[in-house]
Design a protein around this ligand. Structure first.
Ligand code: BV8
Length: 249
């Protein structure tokens, strides 16, 4: 791998990007599985699963409220901004898929963005079909919040974070949009780039395999080898806030 690799892009190239928690690390947001990560303080099945929410909604709301408080104080880093600039260059030949829920890609200006694991600053009702709504409240004192729509209808409906938990399906419309982008890209030069992800969570960790089936040249940028590094053509070890501006510049 040359010292300063670059992803060469011509007028025909389609680029699909997948990011994970490592892309937000330089903004001060804890990752999940690295040392000192979130899962060290909280057992994942207790705070990021529907069973955990059913068992102890107060604990789950404390976990997400703490993350809302923290994420509000963080800013996008050069890695987020490099991806937003790359989107501005490529337009509809670019699509960013993120596992991150911190909304820093949004705040950096990314718009061709799919947040496949949900959004930290949205809530929804766990019991009715009410659409997810913007919500930056920290509900960590007292009872979990209730849905007004349910209350008005004389029901008890508890609010939950608009997050995809383990054991929950991803939004089918998100998966369809990703598949459609890959199908359209297969007759062009197609690059798949993953950044800041340990490759531990599915179906996101299998995107590299789908992309290769569609003829993509695949790149991984990560601070350390990931679980699926061997499935990428290129691996650039480093911090995404430093590597991405050079790689995409
Ligand atoms: C589902 C909640 C159907 C939001 C999350 C096979 C196929 C399908 C499903 C499964 C399967 N096998 C198992 C499953 C079930 C499960 C799964 O994948 N389990 C794993 C643990 C084996 N998947 C699911 O349940 C998914 N649902 O598929 O439904 C189904 C259901 C059941 C059974 C079968 C099918 C739902 C997955 C979504 C779960 N929700 N989070 C939240 O609270 O945030 S996942 C969670 O992990 C986060 O969303 C996070 O984004 C995601 C992935 O983690 P990473 O982003 O990669 O973060 P991590 O800390 O791991 O790594 C960061 C990396 O960055 C590190 O390598 C580090 O070195 C690096 N780094 C650090 N600093 C930097 C850096 N890199 C660059 N620069 C830096 N500065």
């Amino acid at each position: 791998m040359p010292d300063n690799p670059r992803i060469l892009v011509d007028d025909d190239t389609r680029v699909l990007v997948l990011t994970g928690a490592g892309v937000s690390a330089e903004s001060g947001i804890a990752t999940f599985r690295a040392a000192g990560g979130l899962w060290e303080s909280y057992p994942v099945e207790k705070v990021a699963s529907p069973e955990g929410f059913d068992e102890d909604p107060e604990l789950v709301w404390r976990f997400y409220s703490e993350r809302r408080r923290k994420a509000r104080t963080c800013e996008p880093n050069p890695g987020h901004r490099a991806l937003a600039a790359f989107e501005a260059r490529l337009g509809d030949r670019f699509l960013l898929v993120t596992q991150n829920v911190d909304e820093l890609h949004r705040r950096a200006g990314s718009r061709r963005l799919i947040e496949i694991h949900g959004r930290l600053f949205q809530s929804r009702c766990a019991h009715c079909e009410r659409a997810p709504f913007d919500d930056d409240h920290a509900y960590d004192a007292g009872d979990p919040p209730l849905c007004e729509v349910c209350s008005t209808a004389g029901r008890i409906g508890m609010l939950r974070p608009h997050i995809v938990w383990f054991g929950e399906m991803l939004d089918p419309s998100h998966l369809l949009r990703i598949e459609e982008f890959m199908n359209a890209a297969r007759t062009h030069r197609f690059v798949f780039l993953a950044a800041g992800t340990s490759g531990a969570v599915y179906p996101a960790a299998a995107m590299v395999d789908r992309a290769r089936l569609h003829g993509a040249e695949t790149w991984l940028v990560n601070a350390e080898p990931a679980e699926n590094t061997h499935r990428f053509h290129h691996f650039v070890e480093g911090r995404s806030g430093e590597v991405l501006p050079a790689l995409l510049g």
